[in-house]
Structures are given as structure tokens and as C-alpha cells.
Design a protein around this ligand. Structure first.
Ligand SMILES: Cc1cc2nc3c(=O)[nH]c(=O)nc-3n(C[C@H](O)[C@H](O)[C@H](O)COP(=O)(O)OP(=O)(O)OC[C@H]3O[C@@H](n4cnc5c(N)ncnc54)[C@H](O)[C@@H]3O)c2cc1C
Length: 456
């Protein structure tokens, strides 16, 4: 349909130094960091709670920020302090290797996944509310940023949609932490979508929590049969006609408490997270699949006979959509060759992880055995869109080759990027993020406890 309509003039209701769009890991860290540097910050989030995919998507496990069996921090600053405070409050855990003397661990059953921070999602959302309140960040929930007004290469206004109708905010700078580069795309910045050639994106997932799981029985079976992903068992179920899903793995990850697990198993191919119709279809397909899967788990998987579905995510888990295409793009070869960057603002301690769009149980980079450094550097430039000056884009929509999303899209590195973006907002001359003195930014981040140098 090519029809258009004129709307009534949109009232400008808010002014701020920094507008943060999206309250996921990147956006929350960005808002806290910008406020810490004295900026007046407005954070708008389209869901009813903060935390993004972690809380609304029920991906209850921050990865990529710890290594060395959980004893070392690869992401410091806001990520580390939120993790430690949440753990002290009893809504998160900081497990270390030595707690788990056996080969497989309930945090995804592989050792590397033990280096995450599992948390309780409702408690985390309330905790993030409190952190924003204490910091003095203004927050609008149930508020979507839907359009931009751009003049002379700068965003002058962002249009919001919520119970007030359409209103505008006039910010000095904008931090696009929507994960989908919504603001960058609407402001006319260059973006890429999905895989080169066919544009296909990794499958989406609808996450759910199950409680009443006998983890001892589940763990004992996994250890005895050396089967952390249940590939053999699923092949058998497929032969019997019980398992008809397009994936061949089952992933159950412990939350903050034993017996309750996040089931990260559904894989919904051909979902486009930037299309309302496609997301709606993904949610419907996902919910149907969750119910079918839960029934199979309870009937056929060890430890699940008394389990039940505790919660299904209200938000679809989308692994990738748009990536900004900045003047520079971080490539796989940059990581493989161990290239050094002068503008590093953080690291990820996570590996390649972006499933093939058509083979959702397959990890192409792992299959090709591509090496990855222990400390994956995150240069500042990956967050700079082209050509809008007063816009920065931390989180999973950064300027990287698609496979580089693997290590960088997990939540701790997203927080490192958010923290750097928020701090950069206070250093951007005339609001131009490309002109930030990155040595000064690194020094500011270092002084705030962020890790911007590989520990010697
Ligand atoms: C199924 C699945 C499993 C995963 N497993 C893990 C894991 O175990 N551990 C891990 O660390 N990472 C995992 N990831 C990756 C990780 O969750 C995401 O890549 C990460 O959350 C990205 O952070 P973000 O802040 O960029 O975006 P998001 O977490 O997606 O947050 C973006 C926020 O912006 C809001 N938003 C979007 N558009 C707008 C708009 N226009 N206006 C206002 N608000 C808007 C959204 O509602 C959301 O709250 C997983 C991802 C998926 C999908």
C-alpha cells in the first residue's frame, strides 16, 4: 500500500541531554553511565520493564563478562557492580568453577557457560528500576521510539508513541540501544541485515522457564551418557516421530536457583525481528512450540517428570536484525589475527555463537574451528553509525561483520558498550560522537572501574 496520511503536529514534551532508546543491557548501562557523568538522561523502553532480552525475553544469564572459571572479570564497571550487588541481594549468582567439581555444569552444561551470571528476572527488573531511580535517570516504560527528525546531519527530535499518544523529545544526543538500530535506520543511517547474499538471520527463540526439575537426575543422566545437548536422544525421538522441530539440541540452563531452568531450545526460523507481522507470527509459533516441547520434556527427558512451565517470555528472543554500517566495520579477520585497536572500550570473554539461519543447531564458525582470542576487543568505532553525528549505537546492532556478533552480542559486552556510549555522551564535542577523544574516553572508563586494557 502506498497511501500516506498527514498527522496533527506532534507536541514536544521532553528535553534532555541524552535520550537512550531501549532499556536492555546496553541501554541501562548507557543511561547509568551518562547520568553518572552529570547528564540529564531520559530512557525510553517499549516494554513494561527494564532489562531487555534478559528480563522480558527470559534469557536469564548474563554471559561474556567473566572468564577463568568465573574467577576473573572481563567486563568491569557497571556490569560488574550490578552483578555483585544483585548477587548480594540474592537475585543473581556468581558461581565459580570450583563449586562444580564435575565436567558438566547446570549453567548450560558446558564449562564456559558457568562463567555467566544467572539471575531471577522479576527481581532483576525491580532492581534495575531502583538503580535508575537512585541515579536520577528519568524512565518512560511502555514507550516506543518510532521516528526521528533529522536536520543537517543531526537528530533534532525523536517521536515517541505511548499512552500519551505521539509526543516528541528534543535531545542533544541519542543513544540507540534498541538492539535493532531502529533509530539509526529511521534517521537514514546505513544498515545491513542478516547474512551476506541472502539476508537471512539466525533463528529467533521463545524462551521459557520450567520449575520442579530434578536437576540431580538430569545432571546424572548427562554425565553418565556424556550428552550435554541430548543430540542422540533427540535423533531417537525424531525417528519415533515425537520430535518434529527443525533443531536437534535441548538446552536447559539453571537460573538463580536449582530446579528452575531457562529452556533455551525453540528455534524459529525465518523470523524478521524488524517486521511487526513477522514478530507476531514468531510469538504465536513460539508459544505453540513451547507447549509441545514442554510436554515432550516432561514425558521423555530425565528429571522433567514433575516439571511445569513457570513462565513464557512475553518478548520474542531475537538474535540478530539490523547492524549499522559505520565508516569502519570490525571483521572476523581482525579478531582472528589478534589485531590491536587504540580505541578499545571493553572486551568480551565469549566465543563464536551465531547459529546458521537454516540449520539452527549448527554453529558455522565452530564447525570451521576458527580460533578466537580469549579477550575479544571492542573498539569504540563499532558503535558509530554513518552519517548522523549525534547518534551512537551500543549493543547488538553494531558495525561488525555478522559472525563478529557471536562474541559481542551477549549481554555483558553489550553493557560494556552501553557504559562507553553513555560516558562518550559526556565527552562528545558539540554532540558529535565521531569526534570523541578516545584516549580521554578510555581514561574516564578506567577511572570508573571498566576494563579497557587486557590485565597483565
Ligand atoms: C534466544 C536468545 C538466547 C540468548 N542467550 C544469551 C545468554 O545466555 N547470555 C547472554 O548474555 N546473551 C544471550 N543472548 C544475547 C543477548 O540476550 C542479546 O544479544 C542482548 O540482550 C542484546 O542487548 P541489547 O541491549 O543490545 O538489546 P536487547 O536486550 O534486545 O534490549 C533492547 C531493548 O530495547 C527495547 N526496544 C526495542 N526497540 C525499541 C524502540 N524502538 N523504542 C524503545 N525501546 C525499544 C526492547 O524492548 C528491549 O528492552 C541471547 C539472545 C537470544 C535471542
Amino acid at each position: 500500500m502506498n497511501e500516506t496520511v498527514e498527522t496533527a503536529p506532534i507536541p514536544v514534551r521532553h528535553r534532555c541531554d541524552a535520550l537512550v532508546c531501549g532499556g536492555g543491557p546496553a541501554g541501562c548501562a548507557a543511561a547509568l553511565a551518562a547520568r553518572r557523568e552529570g547528564l540529564d538522561v531520559l530512557l525510553v523502553e517499549s516494554r513494561g520493564q527494564l532489562g531487555g532480552t534478559g528480563t522480558s525475553g527470559l534469557v536469564t544469564h548474563w554471559l561474556g563478562g567473566r572468564s577463568g572459571g568465573g574467577r576473573e572479570w572481563a567486563v568491569g564497571g557497571i556490569f560488574r557492580s550490578l552483578s555483585e550487588e544483585a548477587a548480594a541481594l540474592g537475585i543473581a549468582r556468581l558461581p565459580v568453577d570450583s563449586d562444580y567439581p564435575t565436567k558438566y555444569q547446570p549453567h548450560g552444561w558446558f564449562r564456559g557457560l558457568l562463567e555467566g551470571v544467572p539471575f531471577e528476572p522479576a527481581g532483576m527488573a525491580a532492581f534495575l528500576d531502583r538503580k535508575m531511580e537512585e541515579a536520577g535517570v528519568r524512565v518512560l516504560l511502555d514507550t516506543q521510539a518510532v521516528q526521528t527528525v533529522v536536520r543537517d546531519g543531526r537528530i533534532t527530535h525523536v517521536i515517541l508513541a505511548n499512552k500519551d499518544g505521539l509526543t516528541a523529545v528534543a535531545p542533544d544526543v541519542v543513544i540507540d540501544a534498541t538492539g535493532d538500530a531502529d533509530i539509526a535506520a529511521r534517521a537514514g543511517c546505513r544498515v545491513a541485515v542478516g547474512r551476506d547474499g541472502d539476508g537471512l538471520m539466525a533463528a529467533a527463540s521463545l524462551e521459557f522457564l520450567m520449575d520442579g526439575i530434578d536437576e540431580e537426575a538430569l545432571g546424572a543422566y548427562i554425565h553418565e551418557h556424556d550428552t550435554p545437548r541430548f543430540r542422540r536422544e533427540i535423533a531417537q525421538l525424531r525417528e519415533e516421530g515425537v520430535w518434529n522441530f527443525p533443531y536437534d539440541i535441548m538446552i536447559a540452563v539453571e537460573t538463580d536457583r536449582p530446579g528452575t531452568m531457562m529452556i533455551n531450545t525453540t528455534r524459529l526460523c525465518d523470523v524478521d525481528g524488524t517486521s511487526a507481522a513477522s514478530v507476531s507470527d514468531g510469538l504465536r509459533r513460539g508459544r505453540r512450540e513451547v507447549m509441545e516441547l514442554a510436554k515432550i520434556l516432561c514425558g521423555r527427558f530425565p528429571g522433567f517428570s514433575k516439571a511445569r512451565v513457570k513462565a513464557v517470555a512475553p518478548m520474542l528472543g531475537v538474535r540478530e536484525t539490523r547492524r549499522i554500517v559505520g565508516r569502519k566495520v570490525l571483521g572476523v579477520e581482525d579478531l582472528v589475527s589478534g589485531r590491536q585497536f587504540p580505541d578499545v572500550i571493553g572486551f568480551s570473554a565469549y566465543g563464536w555463537d551465531l547459529p546458521d539461519p537454516k540449520r539452527p543447531s549448527a554453529q558455522p564458525m565452530a564447525e570451521r574451528r576458527v580460533a578466537i582470542p580469549k579477550w575479544v576487543p571492542i573498539p569504540y568505532f563499532v558503535m558509530l553509525p554513518d552519517p548522523v553525528e549525534n547518534l551512537i549505537c551500543p549493543g547488538r546492532a553494531i558495525s561488525v561483520e555478522r559472525d563478529v556478533l557471536g562474541p559481542l552480542r551477549v549481554m555483558a559486552p553489550c553493557m560494556a558498550m552501553g557504559e562507553a556510549a553513555g560516558a562518550a555522551a559526556s565527552l562528545a564535542p558539540s554532540g558529535s560522537f565521531a569526534d570523541v577523544d578516545t584516549a580521554a574516553l578510555r581514561s574516564l572508563l578506567r577511572s570508573r572501574g571498566a576494563i579497557v586494557d587486557i590485565p597483565q
